[in-house]
Structure formats: structure tokens, C-alpha cells
Design a binder for this molecule. Structure first.
Ligand SMILES: [Zn+2]
Length: 206
């Protein structure tokens, strides 16, 4: 079987620690044939303020070249990005990924709309179902805006906020009320020639 991983974060991401060469070694040991680096670039910060610095591709390209040289013939390495909040800053989102070295972009939403304060879904205290559904209304509204955009290849972790609502906060939120919206999002993604990510976060046991 040809195994790949197209959602990975190296030390160039705030939530990553390992250099790419170390991750490439682990990937080979795990039997992967291909690994794509998708470090974070979010156009909004955790507190909801816009992040206005352009993405610094130089260290990303540098560690890619280094790992490609070290693992030549054993692992195919590709360069990507996990791009957050694209619908709120479409021009800057498109500019960030317009680089010849970029193979693959995950379009993600980690933050609420600027109108709703823009905060990261991670930091919301999901203490009532009402709070959860207000966040999901905002979230899926943003996904509808993201779906037809050209700055991404795969839509990232579509049920992202649920991991904090249900797994972390013990709520029992379902997607029942979003079925029509989800169908429309997926239709737009397909019509746009894009794909969705198979994110296995919820398969984690630790
Ligand atoms: Zn993400």
C-alpha cells in the first residue's frame, strides 16, 4: 500500500517541535512513501487579531531541500501549507500560496469570523450547547465562503471545533442541523475541483 501523510507540522509551526529530517526518519520507519509538510500559516492570531506578516518560505524550502537530499530514493517529500482564515483575507491568502515550490495547501479555519471576534475555537469555553451551536453557525458559514476559493487544495478538518466541544468539554453536539449546509459546502468543493482532508485526529488515543 502507498501510504502518505499530507497534514504534518514541523518546528516551523507553533505546535510542532521536530525538524523535518527527524519527521522524515519517523515516516520511513512507519512505512510511509510520501510526506508533505504543511506547517501553519494563519492569517489570524489566537486572540483574533489579524496576522499581517507574509509567510516566510525560506526556512521551509531550506529544510525541505535538506531532507530531500538526506532521504532521496526512500521518501518523497513535498512542500505544503496549512493556511488558516483565508475567507477573511482572500488576497493575502492567495498571495501566500502563489509560489512555484508549493505542492499542496490545506484550507483550514481555526478562528471565528472577525465579526464574531475572530478568536481561535480552541480557546472558547464550551460550557453550554448554545455556545457550541453559535460557534458552529459561524464556522460553517465561513466554510461556505472558503469552499469556492482557489487558494487551497484540500479543505482541512471539517469538524474541527467538535474536538473541543465534545472530546474536551464533554458536550454532545451533533451536525444534524447542518446537513444542508454541509451538502452545499461539499458540492462547492467538488465543483471547484478541490478535495477534503481525511483527518484522523479523533483516532488518537492519547
Ligand atoms: Zn488545523
Amino acid at each position: 500500500m502507498y501510504l502518505t501523510d499530507y497534514h504534518t507540522h514541523t518546528r516551523l509551526s507553533p505546535d510542532g517541535e521536530a525538524p523535518l529530517t527527524e519527521m522524515a526518519r519517523a515516516a520511513v520507519q512507519a512505512g510511509l512513501s510520501e510526506l508533505c509538510v504543511t506547517d501553519h500559516y494563519d492569517l489570524m492570531q489566537l486572540d483574533g487579531t489579524p496576522f499581517t506578516e507574509p509567510y516566510d518560505w525560506d526556512p521551509a524550502v531550506e529544510q525541505l531541500r535538506e531532507a530531500q537530499a538526506a532521504f532521496q530514493g526512500r521518501l518523497t517529500l513535498r512542500l505544503g501549507l496549512e493556511l488558516g482564515s483565508a475567507p477573511f483575507f482572500p488576497d493575502r491568502a492567495q498571495a501566500a500560496v502563489d509560489r512555484p515550490e508549493v505542492d499542496f495547501v490545506i484550507g483550514s479555519l481555526h478562528n471565528m469570523t472577525p465579526e464574531a471576534g475572530g478568536g481561535d475555537f480552541y480557546y472558547v469555553d464550551y460550557k453550554t450547547p448554545e455556545i457550541c451551536y453559535a460557534c458552529l453557525d459561524d464556522y460553517f458559514g465561513s466554510m461556505l465562503r472558503l469552499a469556492p476559493m482557489t487558494c487551497y487544495d484540500a479543505m482541512g478538518h471539517i469538524i474541527y471545533p467538535l474536538r473541543y466541544m465534545n472530546l474536551r468539554s464533554g458536550q454532545n453536539v451533533t451536525l444534524d442541523r447542518y446537513q444542508d449546509q454541509l451538502r452545499e459546502i461539499l458540492r462547492l468543493v467538488a465543483q471547484n475541483g478541490r478535495s477534503i482532508e481525511v483527518n484522523t485526529y479523533n483516532g488518537r488515543t492519547v
